[in-house]
Design a protein around this ligand. Structure first.
Ligand SMILES: CC(C)(COP(=O)(O)OP(=O)(O)OC[C@H]1O[C@@H](n2cnc3c(N)ncnc32)[C@H](O)[C@@H]1OP(=O)(O)O)[C@@H](O)C(=O)NCCC(=O)NCCS
Length: 203
C-alpha cells in the first residue's frame, strides 16, 4: 500500500514505497529503494540506489540534498521494557505489538550524505552538513559541520562562522531556480559571497 501526494514540489510518501527508480518533478530516487512510514522529500533532492527508510516515525528531507547509495534512515526503536523484543512473540502472547518508540528524523537543505551512512532515530541534520561514507550518526549534526565514523564525530566545519552566517542569510534554497542561476559564480565558490553581493541577492 502506498500513496504519493504532491504539493508545491514536495514528494510525500504515506505507507510503503518500494521503487525501481523514481523521477518525479525535480526529485530523484535511485533503483531498489524502500521507503516506509511518512516521508517527505523536498524539491531538488537526489537520492542514490538502495535508499532504505525504516521505522514508525516520520522522515523529512529538505531541498537540494545529495544522498548517496545504500543510505539507511531509521525512525523508531523497539519497545525495550517488555519481556520480548520480537513482534511475533508480542502478537502471539499479548495480542498486540508493543508501541515502538517513534522518533522523527529531520534533514535540512543541501545536506550531503555519503554512501552507506546510517542515521538513527531522532537525528536532526542542519543545513549544508556533510555525513561521511559509512557513518553511524547517533547525535544531531550542526549546520555546515562534517561528521564521519562510528559513532559519527565532527571532523571540521565547512566554512568559518562568518561565512556560515552569510549562507544562512542568503538561504539560496528558498530562491527560485532562475534567481539561483543568476549567481552561478557563488555556487562555484562560496568565497565569492561578500556583503555587497548579499544585499544584491536580497533586493
Ligand atoms: C566525509 C568526507 C567528505 C570528508 O572529506 P575530507 O574533509 O576531505 O576529510 P579528510 O579526508 O581530510 O579526513 C579527515 C579525517 O577524517 C577521517 N575520515 C574522513 N572520512 C571518513 C569516513 N567516511 N569515515 C571515517 N573517518 C573518515 C580521515 O581518516 C581523517 O582522519 P585523521 O585526521 O585521523 O587522519 C569524505 O571522507 C567522505 O566520506 N565522503 C563521502 C564519499 C561518498 O560517499 N561519495 C558518494 C556519495 S554521493
Amino acid at each position: 500500500m502506498f500513496q504519493i501526494n504532491s504539493m508545491f514540489g514536495f514528494l510525500i510518501v504515506n505507507g510503503f514505497l518500494r521503487c525501481g527508480r523514481l523521477s518525479w518533478r525535480s526529485i530523484r530516487i535511485g533503483w531498489g529503494s524502500w521507503i516506509k512510514s511518512t516521508t517527505t522529500i523536498d524539491r531538488g533532492s537526489a537520492i542514490g540506489s538502495h535508499f532504505t527508510v525504516r521505522g514508525a516515525g516520520s522522515l523529512n528531507i529538505g531541498r537540494y540534498c545529495a544522498i548517496g547509495e545504500s543510505v539507511r534512515i531509521i525512525t523508531s526503536n523497539h519497545d525495550m521494557k517488555g519481556l520480548s523484543l520480537n513482534y511475533l512473540v508480542q502478537d502471539r502472547i499479548l495480542g498486540k505489538r508493543l508501541t515502538s518508540d517513534k522518533k522523527d528524523v529531520n534533514i535540512g537543505h543541501d545536506v550531503w550524505i555519503g554512501d552507506g551512512a546510517t542515521l538513527l532515530p531522532g537525528i536532526e541534520v542542519g543545513n549544508g552538513a556533510i555525513i561521511g561514507a559509512g557513518a553511524v550518526v547517533t547525535h544531531s549534526v550542526e549546520p555546515f559541520k562534517i561528521v564521519a565514523g562510528n559513532p559519527a564525530r565532527v571532523i571540521r566545519s565547512r566554512y568559518s562562522e562568518s561565512v556560515i552566517k552569510k549562507i544562512e542569510y542568503l538561504a539560496w534554497w528558498d530562491m527560485t531556480e532562475e534567481e539561483q542561476e543568476k549567481y552561478a559564480h557563488v555556487f562555484e565558490s562560496a568565497d565569492q559571497l561578500n556583503d555587497g553581493l548579499l544585499e544584491h541577492f536580497k533586493e
